[in-house]
Design a protein around this ligand. Structure first.
Ligand SMILES: Nc1ncnc2c1ncn2[C@@H]1O[C@H](COP(=O)(O)OP(=O)(O)OP(=O)(O)O)[C@@H](O)[C@H]1O
Ligand SMILES: [Mg+2]
Length: 335
């Protein structure tokens, strides 16, 4: 598979009150064309900062410090805001956890889905003879038609009527579908979904994840799923990055990670998943808390919580190493 997005040595820090918070510290990440990749980790691990850095939506006091971001053969690291706007929405779309904060309560659902279609797909500013011929009314009608098609694609029933509904008339799950329909407007190569389902009940969560999965297969679109929930990873992802304290601690295909989890942190996360096939569940929440990212421990950042932590772990920081083909781990004691 061809690489669609490639991130090298990304560092994004927060600068507050003379302190530096190393939210994302030297992270590499690859997303191939059509691939569904997950980033998993506890709250504060740096997952959202990672996603916002890729699409340049990280706001002060957060700052992209260094690293490279490639979109296919283009280095987009240094793009200005104007050029980046052309990439966001058009080639990379992002959907967030709470649709209500992204939807305009005064505009109909349909208008909001049609708007990015007009902007990214039917934009006359494009140097395209066909587009220039289209007058405004025709473009608006076409945008409406595409918007309704996208509403159907994401499973909003009765799309033509519901085009005229307002956000408050939709349930949480339906609003999340609206967000996905908006994200699809320009037929992007990648959708980044940051905890798209945590606000929803379990059945609706499963439906939304399935929808993203189906759309990815149908349209050959890549998806980056950000979650703290290993069961979400197991349901739809193909490859996964386990993030802890701003760093990747393990990376593997989902099959490999679930069959052969190597990092003690990954194992601890897997221990938090309830299993349907085991009666006597020995589920354990991970003891302790993630270290302060202002002055993280000198050695392995998971050492203070690690059951296998030794004196060496407290002083020497492990590298991320490839221990078997395409399986990477950051732990001194994994061979
Ligand atoms: N606005 C902010 N100001 C200061 N520090 C911040 C801010 N936002 C994030 N951080 C720091 O960056 C770290 C990573 O935050 P991030 O939002 O990426 O975590 P996350 O993995 O997405 O967590 P969650 O699962 O809760 O969404 C946090 O631990 C925090 O220290
Ligand atoms: Mg987050």
């Amino acid at each position: 598979m061809k690489e669609l997005v490639k991130v090298k040595n990304l560092k994004s820090y927060f600068f507050i009150d003379n302190a530096v918070i190393k939210a994302v510290d030297n992270v590499d990440l690859v997303i191939h064309g059509g691939e569904i990749v997950g980033i998993v980790g506890e709250s504060g691990a740096g997952k959202s900062v990672m996603a916002l850095s890729i699409i340049k939506l990280l706001r002060p006091p957060g700052k992209f410090l260094s690293g490279q971001i490639w979109l296919e053969d283009e280095n987009i690291t240094e793009l200005n805001m104007k050029d980046m706007r052309r990439i966001r929405g058009k080639r990379i779309s992002m959907i967030f956890q709470d649709p209500m904060t992204c939807l305009n309560p005064r505009l109909t659902i349909g208008e909001q889905i049609a708007e990015p279609v007009l902007l990214h797909r039917l934009n006359t500013a494009k140097n395209n003879f066909f587009h220039k011929l289209l007058n405004r009314r025709i473009r608006k009608n076409l945008a409406k038609k595409i918007a309704i098609e996208n509403m159907q694609k994401v499973g909003i029933p009765d799309a033509e009527t519901r085009y005229n509904s307002y956000p408050h008339e939709f349930s949480g799950g339906m609003r999340q579908r609206v967000m996905i329909a908006m994200a699809l407007a320009a037929q992007p190569n990648l959708i980044i979904a940051d905890e798209p389902t945590t606000a929803l009940d379990v059945t609706i969560q499963a439906q939304i994840l399935q929808l993203l999965c189906d759309l990815s297969h149908e349209m050959g679109m890549s998806v980056l799923i950000i979650t703290h929930d290993m069961s979400v990873i197991s349901e739809i992802c193909e490859r996964v990055y386990v993030m802890y304290a701003g760093k990747v601690h393990e990376e593997a295909t989902v099959e490999e990670l679930f069959e052969n989890p190597l990092h003690p942190y990954t194992r601890a996360l897997l221990n938090c998943i309830p299993r349907v096939d085991v009666e006597d569940q020995n589920m354990q929440p991970i003891q302790g808390e993630m270290p302060d990212l202002i002055s993280p421990p000198a050695g392995c950042s998971f050492a203070p919580r690690c059951q296998h932590g030794t004196e060496l772990c407290a002083i020497r920081e492990p590298e991320l190493r490839e221990v078997s083909k395409n399986h990477w781990v950051r732990c001194l004691f994994v061979n």
